[in-house]
Design a protein around this ligand. Structure first.
Ligand SMILES: Cc1cc2nc3c(=O)[nH]c(=O)nc-3n(C[C@H](O)[C@H](O)[C@H](O)COP(=O)(O)OP(=O)(O)OC[C@H]3O[C@@H](n4cnc5c(N)ncnc54)[C@H](O)[C@@H]3O)c2cc1C
Ligand code: SF4
Length: 505
């Protein structure tokens, strides 16, 4: 008998392509050590446990022989499996996360009674196999060049083998509209009732994980493959057209905007990128969405998602510890409570605590931007993102934090640091209207803290920034400010830093 061992981020039949239903076996181990790796948000733990149990049950209903083991550790689960089963060969796909991969590799090496084989025939829940991916990434210096290669290789939105449909590779100029331009606000998400398996998973999580952050009272993600497919259709029908123009916009009371919320499903495998992209292409071909929305969304999946996976596979484990600006602060406590007067942060953090979710621009330009401006150590921010989101996996968090958000790799992934003053947040959102701070002020008592912190960052790191042509304009603006203004800004920034980190001053 052969056993196909599926990990908790491999919940897709792609991993079972060569299985012989009447002879082979599928193994799941629900190992609690995984959930203690970080003090994870309750919704992440619940989502993964419920998704895995439902997926195992679906397989059983479809005639697969399934063993589902609950254990304190993955090693304990494995030992109890081999003690009970007449298993001659176990087939496994390597997880992408570094620590998980190390663990599985150690287990494979120490095992003497069972042969392990790599499941080489599958791309699993990615567009490319690991070899294909690393080959494409080898000669792609930027995300944009990787993305174009990926489009050509997959022939997605490509004509005559090489040319982008519509003549352009991206439609960012049409896609960066601020919240104030929105004429029709995003609608609410569909609601899925919990089946018996999900209800049991919920009670287990409520009993076991009382101390971890986040809340379990606003469950918003579907937990079965059937509901996930319906959720995907709902996105295509109701939000995808708005995704293109408003992907960077932020609106109070609308945590999900026109985003898909598909990352948790893509990352655990309940949905596969190919099927998501096919539905987007169908909608574009039926003329229900414009090319700018189709291209903008597809770029996130075949461009960004695959690109960050390549960066992670190429750069770990050293990547996590990079710290180009040598920032050493921890995170202020309000990252776990949302108790702050900075309204953009309070609202975003409240969304994170309630849903284990915020969208990309909130992650990048509100939370990470602020953390960078107050000199938080990148690996500490990475741990926080790993902890707090339903879609978090190390392979996707680490490049997004270390490379994209914090520029801690000195420019390997991003062409410039993603930092901004309050002006950007004011332009892209309506958060500032309800804030006690004034985004137009830099040094007055009510001045938006992002403003002085931003210039303080530029001043502190000007040597490291001056070799980057994309920073020239901003450095020259700082240089042109008179000394009195500069001094007042730096003094204000220092007072703000001191209020967050009194022990360091
Ligand atoms: C600091 C930071 C931390 C992040 N942490 C995670 C994480 O833990 N897990 C995660 O899946 N994504 C992460 N991202 C990427 C991105 O923000 C999320 O994928 C996205 O917000 C998920 O929401 P959505 O499904 O509504 O995405 P949409 O906006 O609808 O985008 C569609 C899909 O594109 C993919 N995608 C888009 N951008 C990225 C990106 N930069 N990297 C990888 N995939 C991308 C996701 O699969 C996403 O579901 C992070 C980004 C930043 C800046
Ligand atoms: S004024 Fe500043 S702190 Fe307040 S919401 Fe706007 S950007 Fe955020």
């Amino acid at each position: 008998m052969k056993t196909y061992w599926l990990l908790n981020d491999q919940l897709h039949r792609n991993y079972l392509k060569n299985i012989k239903k009447n002879k082979d076996h599928v193994l799941f181990i629900e190992a609690y050590d995984h959930f203690h790796q970080h003090s994870y948000h309750k919704q992440r733990i619940f989502f993964l446990i419920a998704a895995m149990r439902n997926f195992a049950n679906d397989l059983k209903k479809n005639g697969y022989a399934v063993t589902y083991i609950k254990a304190a550790t993955i090693e304990e689960g494995w030992s109890s499996f081999i003690a009970d089963q007449n298993n001659s060969e176990t087939i496994i796909s390597m997880p992408v996360d570094y620590n998980q991969r190390q663990k599985i590799q150690q287990l494979m090496q120490s095992e003497t009674t069972v042969t392990f084989s790599h499941n080489e025939n599958t791309k699993g829940n990615f567009m490319f196999s690991e070899d294909e991916l690393l080959d494409m990434a080898k000669n792609s210096k930027t995300q944009e060049s990787f993305y174009r290669k990926a489009r050509i290789k997959t022939e997605i939105l490509i004509e005559n083998k090489q040319k982008p449909v519509g003549g352009k590779w991206n439609y960012d100029t049409l896609n960066r509209k601020p919240a104030k331009n929105i004429t029709e606000k995003p609608g609410s998400l569909p609601v899925y009732s919990l089946n018996r398996i999900s209800k049991d998973a919920l009670s287990d999580c409520q009993a076991r994980f009382q101390e971890t952050p986040g809340k379990l009272d606003s469950l918003h993600l579907p937990l079965t493959r059937k509901d996930a497919l319906d959720f995907l259709d709902n996105f295509i029908e109701n939000r995808l057209a708005g995704f293109g123009p408003y992907q960077d916009a932020m609106l109070s009371g609308h945590p999900f905007m026109f985003h898909s919320l598909l990352s948790a499903h893509l990352n655990c495998g309940l949905l596969c990128p190919n099927e998501v992209i096919q539905k987007v292409l169908d909608a574009y071909q039926n003329e229900s969405i414009p090319l700018s929305s189709a291209e903008g969304f597809i770029r996130q999946i075949i461009g960004w998602r695959e690109f960050v996976r390549a960066v992670y596979l190429q750069q770990m484990p050293e990547y996590l510890m990079l710290n180009y600006f040598d920032h050493q602060h921890s995170l202020p406590d309000f990252f776990w409570t949302a108790d702050t007067e900075l309204h953009c942060l309070a609202e975003t953090l409240q969304d994170v605590l309630t849903f284990g979710y915020s969208h990309h621009i909130q992650r990048l330009m509100v939370l990470s931007n602020f953390a960078n401006l107050i000199f938080v150590k990148p690996s500490i921010l990475s741990d926080w993102f790993n902890q707090m989101y339903t879609d978090s996996w190390d392979w996707v968090v680490v490049p997004n934090v270390i490379g994209m958000s914090m520029y801690a790799d000195g420019g390997l992934m991003a062409t410039k640091p993603y930092i901004s003053s309050g002006k950007y947040i004011q332009k892209m959102s309506n958060y500032c209207i309800n804030c006690r701070y004034d985004p137009a002020e830099k040094t007055t008592p009510d001045a938006c803290p992002f403003n002085s912190l931003y210039w303080n960052f530029i001043s502190r790191h000007k040597e490291k920034l001056q070799n980057n042509p994309r920073m020239n304009l901003i450095l020259s603006q700082w240089g042109k400010m008179d000394q009195k203004t500069q001094a007042a800004i730096l003094e204000k920034a220092s007072a703000i830093q001191q209020s967050f980190f009194p022990k360091d001053f």
